[in-house]
Design a protein around this ligand. Structure first.
Ligand code: PEP
Ligand code: MN
Length: 363
């Protein structure tokens, strides 16, 4: 799918946004842009106001740096993208002709802040990209997007940049891929971009995260680049030189999106058949569940029997390892099965059966 077509990008590869974490100096911005000029970059990014976790580090040059980024974009014939966190940022960006706007993770977490930005954007219809909030809350991400839509903005993309966590991890921000996958189900037409730089926090993980996102059908990438990454004033460990960026995007292009290999067709056919069996067996299971429901009803026994459920789940979890399935998956699978079981038994019990939003766990 080519979700960025409606933005005016006719690409047969993912949309790519690159440029420095921060616009540090006019020279650094121009040198980085010139380094990117001949590569697959569609939009030049640069941080003007930097939301730093702790004070006393570089917080961006502010409005005076906007002309530096604009000039760099013009020099290489690319539009520019800037993060906005307040209505004043929006106003400054509009004044300086910023082409693309993004809302950062520390802002999208706060509905008041997002609403203020949305109000400032009313009537402009500039393209806006909304990063996921720092906490793994899909609804909050969707809500931020809805606020921007409410301001009449029609070109909106989502950026997955990972989620905060406490304790050791190889990632700076956990990718929790299930969230962008669920996002895609909620908003199938909205372009989805991956920001591997802020997920990884380190150069050596960038490629594999970018590759994973493309394998999951993401529409674009935002990758931080810097003419001299080791000396960067922010996020030094995760930025790459324009040349390294280019090597990476060339390698990413090697993966084919589709294939007509006949063995793929065959395996897909096998999956089709297995899924048919899964549905058939689950439906058989529900028949047994309903029969059990009838007996419970006749004996005036409650549907929900937590003690029994815990023991049953324990036995199912023992099968996880030998079957090569994760415990989390077994848990989720039986959670879904029990939710449906409760609904089925409630149909046996009541005229107005409980809906699927009622808690799961029934035997
Ligand atoms: C950034 O892109 O420079 C940035 C601050 O990102 P995030 O909001 O994802 O932390
Ligand atoms: Mn950064």
């Amino acid at each position: 799918m080519r979700r960025f077509d409606s933005w005016g990008f006719q690409l047969d590869r993912p949309l790519v946004i690159s440029g420095p974490c921060s616009v540090e100096t006019e020279e650094q911005t121009m040198a980085t842009a010139v380094g990117l000029k001949d590569y697959d970059v569609d939009i030049l990014r640069g941080g003007i106001w930097k939301p730093r976790t702790r004070p006393n580090s570089f917080e961006g040059n502010g409005e005076k740096a906007l002309p530096w980024l604009k000039k760099a974009g013009e020099a290489i014939g690319r539009p520019i993208a800037v993060e906005v966190a307040t209505p004043q940022h929006v106003e400054a960006c509009l004044k300086h002709g910023v082409d693309y706007y993004w809302i950062g993770a520390r802002t999208s977490v706060n509905p008041f802040a997002v609403q203020e930005i949305a109000d400032a954007l009313k009537g402009t219809n500039v393209p806006v990209m909304v990063k996921n909030p720092i906490n793994p809350d899909l609804k909050l991400w969707l809500g931020a997007i809805e606020r921007i839509e409410g301001a009449g903005i029609t070109k909106i993309a989502a950026i997955h940049r990972g989620f905060s966590h406490y304790g050791e991890s190889v990632y700076r921000n956990q990718p929790i891929w299930q969230i962008p996958i669920d996002f895609r189900l909620e908003r199938p037409d909205m372009p989805l971009v991956c920001d591997p730089s802020h997920i990884a926090g380190r150069r050596d993980l960038l490629f594999q995260i970018a590759q994973m996102s493309l394998d999951l059908g993401f529409d674009g990438l935002m990758i931080e680049s810097h003419v001299n990454p080791d000396e960067a004033w922010s996020d030094a460990k995760q930025q790459v030189t324009p040349d390294r960026f280019n090597e990476m995007t060339i390698e990413l292009r090697q993966r084919n999106r589709t294939t007509d290999d006949s063995s793929v067709k065959e395996l897909r056919g096998a999956l089709e058949e297995i899924d048919r069996l899964i549905i058939e067996m689950t439906s058989e299971r529900m028949e047994v569940v309903r029969e059990l429901g009838l007996i419970k009803k006749e004996n005036n026994v409650a549907i929900y029997q937590p003690g029994h459920l815990a023991k049953m789940l324990e036995r199912r979890l023992l099968k996880a390892e030998p079957s090569g399935l994760s415990k989390e998956f077994i848990n989720n699978l039986f959670d879904a099965i029990h939710t449906e079981s409760i609904r089925q038994q409630s149909e046996v019990f009541y005229d107005n059966p409980v809906s699927k939003s009622v808690g799961s766990k029934v035997s």
